[in-house]
Design a protein around this ligand. Structure first.
Ligand code: ADP
Ligand code: MG
Length: 387
């Protein structure tokens, strides 16, 4: 992607970029719908990345091109917010300017192999790589925590997407061979080694009810929290309810709110336990938590979809050590754990791929796309010269 971004810069603007930076997409291994409830998540940076090549430009202006359409856009960055993807770049530029770390104007070329809108967080890969590149161009020092903050505010406040800090944090702090246990309430992180073979199946479906249901779930969690606070006034987040007191929680809540809260509280415990298991190399036990997470998403949180359940079932039947939906649900992707790295999972992997493809083809007349997931590094500066 580095070569593509530099070549695109050259084609669109002439000459070489001043700086080049890149940031990865991500997949969340465990911790579904825990982020906005103040719980932990376990994302892993993947090898697909977005690369941004930048050079100086006319003060007050940004000239932008993405390899996706190759069209050069010219926008004033302190004027009316534009539509479309350039908002993300304008948002980053404004957030950098607010802390005195922005160039006055810039030219910028984007190349990426992170699928856009596919739940692998192409948006954070874009904002983080852009923030890194623009700050470098301005000669500003941007420590990791500030890089996360700039990219997050660009998406949340400037673009207006109601998102947590997971995507930007992993895009910055990702580490090759590791996932990251991120406690969303405090921002604390711990690198967790991943010695496992993982597959990601993309069902390609995005159910219409997704966005509405997401907002409904958030409201339900707030309502459950309000009720629990009558008994526990100091409870700051739903995820803060201790898992060992789930019987009390069952008594205090009923119906839908009870189901939602049960998912959040058990998923919080599973995510922390899963991180511990992974770090001790107990991959098979980790897989059982993936299965439990999926069942909890399906039954308690009701955020699965028939396509996801079918892939999960087929993968498990074919020998996967665990499988679950990832990326909020109602469509999107399934993560399947093939086995430990050391176990030479080659034939099992073939069996899982074949079984999932066969079942999906029979039910829906097509095959899902599949990717082997490898934990890659976080945001970094790239070499500017083409060799
Ligand atoms: P996700 O982050 O899951 O991929 P989002 O809806 O959060 O999905 O972000 C996708 C948006 O980010 C796209 O619609 C586009 O505006 C922007 N984007 C991401 N990557 C690129 C890219 N390489 N080129 C142009 N725009 C991009
Ligand atoms: Mg996104």
């Amino acid at each position: 992607m580095r070569t593509q971004a530099i070549a695109l810069f050259h084609r669109a603007f002439g000459g070489s970029p001043g700086t080049v930076a890149s940031a990865p997409g991500r997949v969340n291994l465990l911790g579904e719908h825990t982020d906005y409830n103040g719980g932990p998540v376990l994302p892993m940076a993947i090898s697909a990345r977005t690369t941004v090549a930048v050079g100086p430009g006319e003060p007050g202006w940004l000239e932008l091109v993405s390899a996706r359409d190759g069209v050069v856009a010219r926008v004033r960055w302190d004027g009316v917010m534009p539509d479309g993807w350039t908002r993300y770049i304008v948002g980053v530029q404004r957030e950098l300017a607010a802390r005195g770390s922005a160039p006055r104007g810039a030219r910028l070329a984007v190349a990426s192999d992170v699928p856009v809108g596919g739940g692998l967080s192409s948006s954070a890969a874009l904002t983080v790589s852009t923030a890194r590149a623009l700050a470098d161009l301005a000669g500003a020092d941007l420590p990791p925590a500030d890089l996360i903050g700039v990219a997050h505010r660009a998406e949340a406040n400037q673009v207006g997407v109601r998102c947590g800090i997971m995507d930007q944090t992993i895009a910055v702090r990702g580490r090759a061979g590791h996932a990251l246990l991120l406690e969303c309430a405090t921002g604390r992180t711990r690198a967790i080694p991943v010695r496992a073979r993982l597959l990601l199946f993309d069902t390609g479906v995005r159910h219409q009810l997704g966005d509405g249901a997401y907002n409904t779930r958030r409201a339900e969690c707030e309502a459950a929290l309000d009720i629990l606070r009558l008994t526990e006034p100091g409870l700051e987040y739903l995820a803060g309810w201790p898992a060992r007191r789930v019987q009390t929680l069952r008594r205090l809540l009923s119906g839908t709110l009870r189901s939602r809260a049960l998912h959040v509280v058990t998923e919080t415990a599973r995510t922390r336990a899963g991180a511990d298991l992974l770090s001790r190399g107990r991959v098979r036990a980790f897989g059982r938590l993936l299965d439990a997470s999926h069942e909890s998403c399906r039954r308690q949180y009701e955020c699965s979809a028939p396509e996801l359940d079918l892939v999960v079932r087929a993968a498990r039947r074919a020998g996967a050590w665990g499988a679950r939906l990832t990326g909020a649900g109602w469509g999107g992707c399934v993560l399947a754990l093939v086995g430990a790295d050391s176990a030479r999972p080659g034939t099992r992997e073939e069996a899982i791929r074949a079984a999932v493809n066969r079942s999906f083809l029979r039910a829906y007349g097509r095959e899902p796309s599949v990717t082997v997931l490898r934990a890659g590094p976080g945001a970094r500066r790239e070499r500017v010269q083409l060799e």
